[in-house]
Design a protein around this ligand. Structure first.
Ligand SMILES: NC(=O)c1ccc[n+]([C@@H]2O[C@H](COP(=O)([O-])OP(=O)(O)OC[C@H]3O[C@@H](n4cnc5c(N)ncnc54)[C@H](O)[C@@H]3O)[C@@H](O)[C@H]2O)c1
Length: 357
């Protein structure tokens, strides 16, 4: 098992990565949550339980379990309230622990419920999707969606520990692997050294651990997204717009079928083309983005029917854009937030990628 520290002073914690890492749960609960812990409450999903990942899971103290339904719908205030009520019914105290076992949906909503229950109860993430292991479970951003937008409400609440058991990925559907690889492609541009997809040649635990280490370094430098942490949104401004535009009418069939990480891959190539247009990078660097994204076995084409006007409107609404269009862009000094981007350049880049008007 590889240990990566997320250095945040008194809120520091370890991320344990490797085959069988979930067997460390009792030890991390005892060590990171403390001797006063008497109970645990596990939050997970039927899919994760059916895959067998609750079998043998041992927090080292008696525990109760709540299942949340699959999908983004579980990231809601109603779901967080239901969790808090389940914690109360189980008699969970502030010195006890919430254990989130699942992908990013579970770790986001369980982490948020833990953040508000008793004004902050410890939680441990047992991340079971590639995306959660390399990204969502680490860094302390917890939250829920609102009908007005994704992740619009939440809290910074760091876990006491994170377990990334790579064995759990054995049952992950292939689309979910692609989704995680989108975030890995992002890290290729945020880490040390020349961006590449060479990471994929390493043993799986090392792949995950390297991504976690990159995220940990960014989070340690800027826990609450005052600046540097924005780089973790590389490729995400267009990705969020593509995700929002897929569902113009709540409850209707989506206009295209893109998982988050797949949208990020398209967003990375878009960001490179936009940076090229702004003369921040050269053609070769754009090609490098294309090669890395392809190396992670991801596409970079906009979905058919995507309209530049519509995508621009969603991007302008992105909560990361404060008053003008802000993008995270590559440049001579590496990837950084860039404000005041001209709408015309954004529209021209979308058109270059084949977007309709
Ligand atoms: N907090 C953060 O910093 C952060 C960062 C990135 C993403 N996120 C959030 O993460 C969420 C997406 O997470 P996700 O991609 O993990 O999706 P998810 O949690 O919906 O999981 C994807 C699917 O895989 C299933 N699953 C998970 N682990 C499995 C396993 N081991 N075997 C079989 N099936 C398994 C789940 O039940 C689900 O159906 C989004 O809501 C996003 O906003 C948060």
């Amino acid at each position: 098992v590889i240990t990566v520290g997320v250095e945040l002073g008194e809120r520091r914690y370890d991320v344990l990565v490797g085959e069988g890492a979930r067997a460390e749960l009792a030890a991390v609960v005892a060590d990171a949550v403390g001797p006063a812990v008497r109970r645990a409450h596990v939050v997970t999903q039927a899919e994760v339980e059916a895959a067998g990942w609750l079998e043998g899971l041992d927090p080292g103290v008696p525990y109760t379990v709540t299942l949340v339904p699959d999908g983004e719908g579980s990231k809601s205030f109603a779901a967080a309230e239901a969790l808090c009520r389940a914690f109360a019914a189980a008699g969970l105290a502030r010195s006890d622990v919430v254990v989130a076992v699942g992908g990013g949906v579970v770790t986001d909503v369980a982490g948020f419920a833990a953040a508000v229950y008793h004004r902050g109860t410890p939680y441990v993430n047992v991340a079971t999707s590639l995306l959660a292991q390399v990204d969502a479970a680490v860094g302390g951003k917890t939250g829920v969606n609102l009908p007005e937008g994704k992740n619009l409400a939440g809290a910074f609440w760091q876990p006491a520990a994170v377990l990334c058991d790579t064995a759990t990925l054995g049952t992950l559907p292939s689309r979910e692997w692609a989704c995680g690889r989108g975030e890995m492609a992002k890290y290729a541009f945020l880490g040390p050294g020349e961006p590449s997809a060479a990471l994929l040649a390493l043993p799986l635990a090392e792949q995950v651990a390297r991504c976690v280490a990159i995220k940990a370094a960014v989070v340690s430098a800027d826990e609450r997204e005052g600046g540097r942490r924005m780089v973790l949104n590389y490729g995400h401004t267009l990705a969020h717009a593509l995700e929002a535009a897929a569902f113009p009418v709540a409850g209707a069939a989506p206009r295209w079928d893109l998982r988050h990480g797949e949208a990020v891959a398209i967003g990375l190539v878009f960001a490179a083309l936009l940076a090229r247009r702004l003369d921040r990078i050269d053609d070769e660097r754009v090609e490098l983005h294309r090669r890395v994204v392809a190396g992670f076995d991801l596409g970079a084409e906009l979905p058919v029917g995507a309209s530049a006007d519509e995508l621009l409107a969603y991007m302008a609404r992105d909560k990361k854009a404060h008053h003008d269009l802000t993008f995270v862009l590559d440049g001579p000094g590496g990837v950084e937030p860039v404000g005041g981007v001209d709408e015309g350049d954004v529209m021209a880049t979308l058109a270059q990628m084949g977007a309709g008007g």
